[in-house]
Design a protein around this ligand. Structure first.
Ligand code: FAD
Ligand code: 2HG
Ligand code: ZN
Length: 449
């Protein structure tokens, strides 16, 4: 690889100030599990500059790692050897909201939080939301097909993607941002790039769907005597109401960890399982939720009575990831099982000696209505990660689940891709990779071995 010559050529092409030596912010992933001592970073300002960088990378045989907010949790957004980081963070322009079409075009480096603000000013809402909203970007969320807390009502990022602009691994630009909702004109490149984790090209812009903001919102913490009651409650709510935005699952050990570390108070102590439920509608959904929940045994409910209490309830949920990280780099598995299997799967995890091990703690939480569980093993040695992963993923496969729900495969889960995808599917994916990234320069460490 010719990194030095590449750096000089990029400097001459788009400006020497746009290429620099990156510190830990660029070289270490959010969990701290994946890191290189230093890396070269290129920070382009527009699609043409990204295309110039990709063409020079091809010429100098340099591998690239696209990076947005570096909040990914599978080690996919940082270099693992001498790859060069292409940071999209300076591409933060956002167009005006088309309120009639309910769409907006945003550059890849726009944060999810900024997108929410801009949509909110127009009286609309970008329906993808998750705890890393302040740093995670449009480009990164498309590359990972991010899910988050509102998937049950609005779908994942792919469902919001109306059009895309990207630089392929060939250095060519594809741009399809017209915003037509009905557009059956062959392969959907946006849908293909969504979830491709930077392996096919670099997303530079996207046309995104926005949704109306209902006038009433109600947030509840529900304590359950056990996981079975929590899942019964989730299913009762989601099958009866179409206004449920979020149904998030927590377990007592995780909530206790969060309260200990953050100083937050749990208004419903001593329950085995918890749900954070949020509904929004044009009439107040509180009574409907109360009626459904009161028919379920083993349930206690607190409704947020102020904006501050709502924020505190959400913090009980969203502080899980930072609280876990404060104990050291966790080994994370983000999996899905059928919703009805959630209680048995969680019990099986806790009784599996390979997973639990000695002096480890297991923190499980997630998006109940999607059957999406975040399994965090804290205090394990890195050398045991494959064995632990084999045990977790064997259980996942046994329950008919997927080895990645919403974070992607990255580096962390390559080993288990074949549990969720057939050899034919993997071969087809590799053919697509060869077609769009014929020189193998796009994020070569992720997805496939
Ligand atoms: P990065 O971390 O920078 O990159 C992620 C991947 O996308 C990498 O493979 C990278 O190469 C690629 N990439 C980045 N930008 C581009 C681009 N422009 N073009 C092509 N490829 C690109 N995820 C969820 O799905 N749901 C959640 O609920 C959720 N909650 C989280 C909470 C916390 C506290 C944290 C730290 C993370 C959470 N995540 C969640 C994971 C993460 O935030 C998402 O995966 C997010 O979409 C990553 O965006 P990013 O801009 O930080 O991407
Ligand atoms: C969430 O739902 C994220 O909060 C992070 O997907 C999950 O930390 C995790 O394991
Ligand atoms: Zn999640």
């Amino acid at each position: 690889m010719g990194t030095e010559a590449f750096v000089a050529a990029v400097g001459a092409s788009i400006g020497a100030e746009r290429v620099f030596a990156g510190d830990g912010r660029y070289a270490t992933d959010w969990t701290g599990r994946y890191s290189v001592p230093s890396c070269t970073v290129v920070r382009p300002l527009g699609t043409d500059e990204v295309a110039a960088v990709v063409r020079l990378a091809i010429e100098h045989t340099v591998a690239l790692v696209p990076q947005g907010g570096n909040t990914g949790l599978v080690g996919g957004g940082v270099p693992h050897r001498d790859e060069v980081v292409v940071s999209l963070e300076a591409m933060r322009r956002i167009g005006s909201v088309d309120t009639a079409a309910r769409q907006v075009t945003a550059e890849a480096g726009v944060t999810i939080e900024r997108l929410h603000e801009v949509a909110g000013i127009a009286g609309l809402r970008y329906p993808v939301d998750f705890g890393a909203r302040g740093s995670a970007t449009v480009g990164g969320s498309i590359a990972t097909n991010a899910g988050g807390v509102n998937v049950l009502r609005y779908g994942m990022t792919r469902h919001q993607l109306v059009g895309i602009e990207a630089v392929l691994g060939t250095g060519e630009v594809v741009s399809h941002l017209g915003g037509l909702v009905k557009d059956n004109t062959g392969y959907d490149l946006g849908a293909l790039l969504c979830g491709s984790e930077g392996t096919l090209g670099i997303v530079t812009k996207a046309r995104l769907r926005l949704v109306p903001t209902p006038s009433h919102r109600a947030t509840f913490l529900i304590g359950a005597t056990d996981l079975d009651a929590a899942i019964r409650c989730t299913t009762a709510l989601t099958s009866a109401l179409d206004c449920v935005d979020a149904a998030e699952l927590m377990i007592q050990s995780g909530v206790d960890l969060v309260t200990r570390i953050s100083g937050l108070t749990n208004p419903l102590p001593d329950h085995d399982a918890y749900l954070l439920v949020e509904c929004s509608a044009d009439t107040d959904p509180t009574e409907a939720v109360g009626r459904i929940v009161s028919g379920i045994e083993g349930i206690a409910v607190v409704a947020a009575s102020s904006a501050q209490q709502r924020r505190d309830l959400w913090r009980l949920r969203e502080e899980h990831t930072p609280s876990i990280n404060s104990l050291g780099a966790p080994i994370k598995f983000d999996v899905t099982v059928p919703v009805r299997a959630v209680p048995d799967f969680v019990r099986a995890l806790h009784s599996n000696p390979t997973v639990v091990g000695e002096s480890r703690s297991l923190v499980v939480f997630g998006h109940a209505a999607d059957g999406n569980l975040h399994v965090n093993v804290v205090g394990a040695h890195e050398r045991d990660s494959e064995e632990i992963g084999d045990a977790v993923m064997t259980l996942v496969a046994g329950f008919g689940g997927s080895v990645s729900a919403e974070h992607g495969i990255g580096v962390a889960k390559k080993r288990w891709l074949s549990l969720s995808r057939s050899p034919t599917e993997i071969a087809a994916m590799k053919s697509v990779k060869r077609a769009l990234d014929p020189f193998g320069i796009m994020n070569p460490n992720v997805l496939f071995d």
